[in-house]
Design a protein around this ligand. Structure first.
Ligand SMILES: [Zn+2]
Length: 67
């Protein structure tokens, strides 16, 4: 895995963290939008991003208590 892919993944995660309904194209296969699934655990949201075509996966945590 090269740094370019990693950076694109981070960028995709940042965009989705700011706006959950914004569509982000898969950073690896560029064929479909990432599927977003939010799992809320108290004041923390775990956001799971996945691609149905190439299987790319990423996840991030959003801590709502810091806002
Ligand atoms: Zn993909």
């Amino acid at each position: 895995m090269n740094n370019g892919i990693v950076n694109k993944r981070i960028e995709a995660a940042k965009i989705l963290a700011m706006n959950s309904i914004e569509n982000v194209i898969c950073p690896e296969c560029h064929q479909i939008f990432l599927k977003v699934q939010d799992v809320a655990i108290n004041l923390i949201i775990e956001r799971h991003l996945s691609c149905d075509i190439c299987g790319a996966y990423n996840a991030l945590r959003i801590n709502l208590s810091k806002k």
